[in-house]
Ligand binder design. Structure first.
Ligand code: FPP
Length: 266
């Protein structure tokens, strides 16, 4: 009899291959991902939580390359939220070291892949070594014009909206802007996605892994009309096939933006 002391849970992949993604149909230009389930992935293997984050970093590499090859223009990844500081110090320290390891090992490939790195969040509160690694990666990839790999790092959407509102209020107070001029474009310019061209700021597709179905303070303004895709796959298990399944699902959605279908208008 074979005794299995550490039975590994079977990889959960029911969403895979159920839908066929069509490369000829529109690929979402901006995909945003809430990378969830690293801790559970590690727990299933009797490993410390940080082992899940390390494996999650490998998934980031794979998915970045895959998204770039599919022609995605912007990939926004929720790597650390303004609320994640509540985690134990050891885990926070590990998460702050991850971008350093990621960029140290992966920037040459990002350059080869023509990927441009961007970070949005309250970077000034990150440890110095994390800030340095981020700055270096941004500089080293600044002239690339392929996929924008946009890390949300120490990011929280309510804080982002408050910062934007305060910025707009200050412009009004200093007579640089009239209240009547405040519109969605002005707001969009003040948000952390304001560095992107206007047509790329809002993700068309938001993916959350690990079976949780909530938004967790992520891009609250920008995802007003995003298509949401939830998968039970844990982030370290998420792969190119899962990504293509999410895109295939997106391609089947009927996006009306509050309007009507073509047929209904007739
Ligand atoms: C959520 O899973 C995940 C995070 C808070 C961290 C995400 C970070 C990575 C995927 C690596 C990022 C890589 C770079 C290069 C910055 P969880 O820990 O909440 O998982 P659980 O819900 O299963 O406990």
């Amino acid at each position: 009899m074979v005794l299995r002391f550490f039975p590994q849970k079977e990889k959960y992949t029911p969403e895979k291959s159920q839908l066929t993604f069509d490369p000829k149909q529109a690929i979402p230009k901006h995909i945003a991902i809430i990378m969830d389930g690293n801790g559970r992935w590690a727990k299933n293997r009797r490993l410390p939580r940080v082992a899940g984050h390390k494996e999650g970093m490998e998934t980031v590499k794979k998915i970045t390359k895959h998204a770039n090859r599919l022609g995605v223009k912007v990939l926004t990844l929720y790597a650390f939220s303004t609320e994640n500081w509540k985690r134990p110090d050891d885990e926070v320290n590990f998460l702050m070291q991850l971008p350093v390891d990621f960029f140290d090992t992966f920037v040459p490939e990002l350059i080869e892949e023509n990927v441009q790195v961007h970070v949005m969040g309250y970077e000034q509160y990150l440890p110095a070594h994390t800030q340095d690694a981020v700055k270096r990666a941004i500089e080293q990839t600044a002239t690339n014009d392929g996929l924008v790999l946009n890390f949300a790092l120490n990011y929280g959407s309510r804080a982002e909206i408050l910062t934007a509102v305060k910025g707009i209020a200050t412009e009004v107070q200093n007579n640089h802007l009239a209240v009547e001029e405040i519109d969605e474009t002005v707001m969009g310019n003040h948000l952390m996605t304001g560095f992107l061209p206007e047509d790329l700021r809002d993700p068309e597709l938001v993916i959350r892994t690990s079976g949780e179905e909530r938004i967790s303070n992520f891009l609250l303004w920008q995802l007003a009309y995003s298509e949401l895709f939830f998968t039970k796959a844990l982030w370290p298990d998420f792969d190119g096939e899962h990504l293509e399944t999410a895109i295939a699902d997106f391609q089947k959605r009927n996006r009306r933006f509050g309007g009507l279908d073509k047929e209904e208008k007739k």
